[in-house]
Ligand binder design. Structure first.
Ligand code: BG6
Length: 299
């Protein structure tokens, strides 16, 4: 359990960063500056929302999001780690790994000279993490918030053997109307189509949405752009250390079955996830680290 008074004393930044609780006593970092407003749940070190000043929200949070201990929050930037999707052999462990549903610690907070706020979170190896993932691979997440949003996820391998991970920054973006959105940057890329039994296909043109889309694009390091004709804006997604891009919208029926996506929520969001999955698993040698970095901005 996080101690809010202690968090405010150690990491609060006058009028720019404070800590409070939401839902069932879930600790949140709340950022409010001349550049943006944002919240980050300490459970999962999950960015929950991010809105540059004067803009519509860029990171989407479901109206029906629940803030419950041990449950992933619907929206924001869940950290899927150390595996993406279902575990390859175990059925008793959570989809997308445990990092998004356990409490993280705050390591530092800083007001940068350019006006951004930088927060660093860590997830140490513990008996609880080792029950799900028997490796000593501490994680750090660096988050910089301003007119851009930048996240860097660092996995260190303190084991004596190589470890293999998959991962994704499972970002939910807010859009005016999903039916009038195109994702630019994946033309000619191969993908595994999760709504067609993982059949391997090739993307032609931009990704558009007229039904459920759940695709893992592999071997792509390209920048993607979400072109939103209704809100007349483009969201740029740049990435490093990532060879997979996942594009997901559950559409009507799956959204209704999920129970926390909000009424017509599927119309107002899509996920474009930067990570490494399926063909692009990452091997980290003993003593080495792996970095996954994304930068988001709007024009
Ligand atoms: C996407 C997956 O990344 O996450 C989808 O490709 C999945 O298959 C979606 O449905 C949401 O997952 P969850 O566990 O947050 O409901």
């Amino acid at each position: 359990m996080h101690d809010i008074n202690e968090l405010n004393t150690r990491f609060g930044l006058a009028e720019k960063l404070s800590f409070s609780t939401i839902g069932e006593n879930m600790a949140m970092a709340v950022v409010s500056t001349e550049q943006c407003s944002a919240r980050i749940a300490l459970q999962g070190a999950q960015v929950v929302d991010w809105t540059p000043v004067g803009a519509k929200p860029v990171i989407w949070l479901s109206r029906d999001a629940k803030f419950l201990p041990g449950k992933s929050i619907r929206g924001g930037v869940p950290v899927c780690w150390p595996w993406f999707g279902a575990h390859e052999s175990r059925k008793d462990v959570p989809a997308h790994g445990h990092a998004r549903t356990v409490p993280w610690d705050v390591l530092s907070s800083k007001s940068l000279e350019d006006g951004r706020i930088k927060l660093t979170f860590c997830l140490q190896t513990s008996p609880a993490t080792q029950a799900l993932w028997p490796h000593d691979t501490p994680l750090e997440l660096h988050i910089s918030l301003g007119t851009t949003l930048e996240l860097e996820l660092i996995t260190r391998n303190n084991d004596s053997e190589p470890v293999i991970i998959s991962e994704a920054l499972h970002t939910y973006f807010a859009v005016g109307d999903i039916r009038q959105v195109g994702v630019i940057g994946l033309d000619s890329s191969s993908y595994l189509d999760k709504v067609d039994e993982f059949t391997r296909k090739t993307q032609r043109g931009n990704v558009t949405f007229t039904g459920e889309v759940d695709r893992v694009y592999v071997n792509t390091e390209s920048e993607c752009i979400i072109n939103d004709s209704v809100w007349q804006r483009r969201i740029h997604i740049k990435k490093e250390g990532s060879r997979s891009t996942v594009v997901w919208n559950p559409w009507i029926d799956k959204a209704a079955a999920m129970g926390d996506l909000g009424e017509a929520g599927y119309m107002a969001m899509l996920c474009v996830e930067s990570g490494n999955a399926l063909d692009n698993l990452v091997t980290i040698e003993p003593g080495e680290e792996h970095r996954l970095r994304v930068i988001y901005n709007i024009e």
